[in-house]
Structures are given as structure tokens and as C-alpha cells.
Design a protein. Structure first.
Length: 99
């Protein structure tokens, strides 16, 4: 496949909001062309006999069992709250115009 042109590299750079020098444009043209050539090589590998997979590692759940446990009571939950009011956390208003 032909090497990417400077114009194509500049177009890609503009999409990525990058400003490239002429030297960088030439370097990226070479590098990106090599990457695309390698991707073409990978597309030629026969994978018809392989099953699609999300991971090459065996699936294993490493989390503990989900078991119900007692939670914090209101007094414990509010124990370290900087401000509280009527059994709730009191926080400053975050919406414009709120008091």
C-alpha cells in the first residue's frame, strides 16, 4: 500500500487539533504508514477457525460473596459530618440562586 501523503497526515493532525512542523509531518507519514501496513498484515491472518473471545484469560470471579450485613445507624453515619440538621447531612447549596 502506498505511503500516506503529507496532505493526509495534515488532515489527520487537524482532526486531532495538532499543529505539526514539516519534519513532524514527514515522520508521522512514515510511522503511520508502517502501522497501517502492519494492520494489513494482521488482516491476512486466517482466523476462521478461531472463536471470538473477550479475553484470553479464564474467567474467574475474585469478589467475595454478596451477603447482607447490618449497616450504619443514623447516629453512626452522621458522627463525622461537619454539619447536620434533623438527622441529615447539611451541605451548602450548589445550584445557582439556591440558599
Amino acid at each position: 500500500m502506498p505511503k500516506l501523503t503529507s496532505a493526509e497526515v495534515q488532515h489527520i493532525a487537524s482532526l486531532a487539533r495538532l499543529a505539526l512542523t514539516p519534519e513532524e509531518t514527514q515522520q508521522y507519514a512514515s510511522d503511520l504508514s508502517a502501522i497501517l501496513d502492519y494492520a494489513r498484515q494482521l488482516q491476512e491472518v486466517d482466523t476462521d477457525h478461531l472463536h471470538p473471545t473477550a479475553s484470553v484469560l479464564p474467567l474467574r470471579n475474585v469478589m467475595r460473596r454478596d451477603e447482607a450485613r447490618p449497616g450504619l445507624g443514623p447516629a453512626e453515619a452522621l458522627a463525622n459530618a461537619p454539619e447536620q440538621q434533623d438527622g441529615y447531612f447539611k451541605v451548602h447549596a450548589v445550584l445557582e440562586g439556591s440558599q
